[in-house]
Structure formats: C-alpha cells, structure tokens
Design a protein around this ligand. Structure first.
Ligand code: GDP
Length: 439
C-alpha cells in the first residue's frame, strides 16, 4: 500500500527539505505535484482538495522557527495534515464492557471471516478472553468457515441458537456472558452487494446486542468503491470504525487515505496479507510517517518546535546586537543544545546527514558539560569580561570545575572567535544564528 504515493511524496519532500526559502510560487509548484501524486493514488477528489488547501493555508501562515528550514516545516505540516485525514489519534477498541461485542459487517469476499480470526488472535494475544461467533442464519457453510478458523487460532467458537440472525446473536452474547468471555467477535452475513435485507438484518443484530464496536470490513483493493460501500453501511448502522483488508495487494492506497475523511468512519485495523497474523492496528500518525518516509525531519521539527524558547532566542539576539553576549549566555546555549538530545541526537536528525552508527557513538557531549562546568566556576565579572581572566583566575576556575588551564584557554579562544564572528553578523543574520544554536 502507498508504495508509489510514498515514493512520489517522498521525492517531493526530499526536494523541499534543504530549501532555505520557499516562495509562494515554489509552494504552488509543490502543491501541484502533491495533488497529482494523490490523484494517481486514487485518493478521493474532495480529500485531495482538503489536503491541499490545509497544507497551503498552514504553510503560508507558518512561523518558521529560526533554526528550521521552511522546507522542513512544510514536510511537518504535510505529515500532520495527512495524519489528520487518516483519522487523527489512534483509537483502541472500546472493550470496557464485559462481554464487549465487536460486530463485523461487510460484503462477501471483503475478508470478513479471515479478519474475524485475525482480530480474535490479536486480542487474545493481548490477554483478552475472546470468543467468536457467526450469525449467518442462512449459510451454515459460512459459520463452519469461522468455526474452522477459530480452532486454528485457538479461540472458542460459540454457536448461537435461533432462526434469525438477531436471535442467534442474542443467544451467543448470553453464552459469552455466562462463560466469562471478555470479548465476543460477532461475524454477520455478507452479500455480493449492499441490499436492504442485509442492512435490516445488521441493524437488528446491532440493536439486539448493543455492540461496543461496529466495524466495517472493507477491501482496500476496491478503491473508491470502498468509500461508497462505507457510506451505505454507515448510513444504515452507525459504524465505529472500519478494517481495511488486502492493503498488501493495494498499491495505490487511495481508499486508506480517503475513507476516514470521506465517510467519517476511521480505519482501526489493516489486513496486510493472507496469513492469520498479517494484521495490525492502524496508527494514522505512523502511517503518515510511512507515506512520507521523512520521519527524521518530522521528529526534528517536533523537537525544535517544542524546545525552542522563542523569547529566550530574542533576548540572546538582542544581547548579541548590543555586544553583550557573554560566557554565561554561551553556557546557556550549550545547555539548550544538550536538551535537544546532545550533539548525537541533533546530528542524527539533520537533513541529508547520514552518519554511520559508529560515528554517532563517537560524538561526545562531555566537552559541552566541561565547558558548562568552567563557566559556572567563573564570577559574573569574568563571564562578562573574559579578558580579566588572568593566570591565577584560570587556576582557580580549573580547580573549581575539575578541568585544566589548557582547557580553559581553549574555551576562551573559541569564545573570542565566536564573538568576533557575531560582531560581523550583527543584525538579522546574527539573530538567525543564535536561534540556530538555541534550537
Ligand atoms: P468474506 O467473504 O468477507 O468472509 O471473506 P474471506 O475471509 O473468506 O476472504 C476472502 C479472501 O480474501 C480470502 O482468499 C482471504 O485469504 C483473502 N484475504 C483476506 N484478508 C486479506 C488480506 O489482508 N490480504 C490478502 N492478500 N488477502 C486477504
């Protein structure tokens, strides 16, 4: 699923990530490319429109933290908008009732029976006491199929008694309650097409058992048809979510991307193959990351946006402009860098930087800690006017911080170089650089 879309959006994102500046016309070009990629992936047109207008609006209004590149911010915006369209926050099934009934509906061939088995296995592996039942009153073969599957996944099968689906459901739920099952997965009859009789039957079953979850099983391969099926089911019985099957065979991913937004039925799980454990909970955020393939950038932006203290950056910039940036500020900046996960953490997330694991392991944050120790052993006057730091002061500072005079000399030299550079860069450039350090 999403292979091509992911490739295309990934390329677009990759082109963006290094950009120092993005003009409105660049943004338009980018959006056009994205739009094409989404349409090719069979994403429903209203969803494409929504995505594009959201990205555009947010991108134009975005405040780019000084330590970020606009391209990175756009990738993050696209990621968040995608995650939102995919259903926002991941929601676990509501299994608070005992027994909780999980009703599965869908058309024949969608993968309903297989999915019932998969879900039973997954919930059982999470420690739930699960049972399965099928209420297909007219097709004993369908019930048998589920029974076989139940024994395969080692989950008990309950055969409800009664002539109608609703009666069978009520009897199975009673039995589940009596036997102390926590979850009863209830498979309903499928049809080739949506018809009134099927809807009526599902409505009756849903009413009878007051299902905690009503999940629609949809074949992702059917693309936009899946959307209209979802709409029809949802109109008849309010669905609490859907399960997309055969996402392994669906190269485009349009349904997955459209269904939550178009129909209001969020994807809760996806089937990823014919095997019984080819099944996973659907996480919009993770899926958006997977589509874009830019997890590192998204992580970087999140980290910076949450840790940059804009006011602090302004204050520092003002100090630079007045030539008042002293060793104390220097130490503070170093500390902020440390908050970001240190050098290694930052390097790992920088765009275009692919360092081998061994190299990252060698990045050492100890020098930062030692510099901070040196600065904290200085008096305010020394921090403000480093030139007063003579030989005996150096000895005192070295002793106080557990460092050496050589190290102090080295740091003072670095700081002097930095100050020189800052003088040259006074104004907006200096500000930007400080923000970069703060970030
Ligand atoms: P039902 O009629 O809705 O109960 O559908 P079934 O459970 O009998 O499944 C129909 C076909 O879809 C079977 O051949 C399944 O193996 C297949 N199937 C179900 N889920 C998946 C999936 O996630 N991936 C793939 N590739 N095939 C699936």
């Amino acid at each position: 699923m999403f292979n091509r879309l992911s490739e295309k959006l990934g390329d677009i994102a990759h082109k963006l990530r290094g950009s120092a500046r993005i003009s409105e016309s660049d943004l338009d070009d980018t959006l056009r490319e994205m739009r094409l990629a989404l349409l090719e992936a069979d994403v429903a047109l209203p969803v494409v429109r929504h995505l594009m207008s959201e990205v555009r609006e947010q991108a134009l209004g975005a405040e780019v933290a000084r330590s970020l590149q606009p391209g990175q911010v756009i990738i993050k915006i696209l990621h968040d908008v995608l995650a939102d369209v995919l259903g926002g926050q991941r929601r676990d099934l509501d299994l608070s009732k005992i027994p909780s009934v999980v009703l599965l509906c869908g058309l024949q061939g969608a993968g309903k029976t297989t999915t019932a088995g998969k879900l039973a296995k997954l919930l059982a592996s999470q420690g739930k006491k699960v049972a399965l039942t099928s209420v297909d009153a007219t097709r004993p073969a369908a019930r048998e199929q589920l029974q076989v599957l139940a024994s395969q996944v080692d989950v008990p099968y309950i055969e409800g008694a009664g002539a109608t689906a609703a009666a069978m459901a009520a009897s199975a739920v009673n039995e589940a309650g009596r036997s102390g099952y926590h979850v009863l997965i209830l498979d309903t009859a499928g049809r080739q097409v949506v018809d009134d009789a099927l809807m009526e039957e599902i409505r009756e079953v849903a009413e009878q058992v007051r299902a905690s979850e009503r999940l629609l099983v949809l074949d992702a391969m059917t693309g936009q048809t899946a959307l209209s099926i979802a709409e029809q089911f949802h109109a008849a019985v309010t669905m609490t979510g859907c399960i997309l099957t055969k996402t392994d065979a669906d190269v485009r991913g349009g349904a997955a991307l459209s269904v939550a937004r178009s129909t209001g039925v969020p994807v809760r799980y996806i089937g990823t193959g014919e095997k019984i454990d080819a099944f996973e909970a659907f996480d919009p955020d993770r899926m958006a990351g997977r589509i874009l393939g830019q997890g590192d950038v998204v992580g970087l932006v999140e980290k910076i946006q949450s840790s940059v203290n804009q006011a602090q950056a302004e204050k520092t910039a003002a100090k630079i402009n007045k030539g008042q940036f002293d060793l104390g500020d220097f130490a503070e900046q170093l500390g902020q860098m440390q908050n970001m996960g240190g050098m290694a953490g930052m390097l790992k997330m920088l765009p275009g930087v692919k360092l081998p694991q061994e190299a990252l392991a060698q990045v050492d944050d100890k020098p930062i800690k030692r510099m901070q120790a040196m600065v904290s052993s200085m008096t305010l006057k020394e921090r403000r006017y480093p030139r007063v730091i003579n030989g005996s002061r150096k000895k005192r500072i070295a002793a106080g911080s557990g460092t050496s005079v050589q190290e102090i000399n080295k740091m003072l030299k670095q700081f002097a170089q930095m100050q020189k550079m800052m003088k040259k860069m006074k104004g907006s450039k200096g500000k930007r650089m400080m923000a970069q350090m703060a970030g």
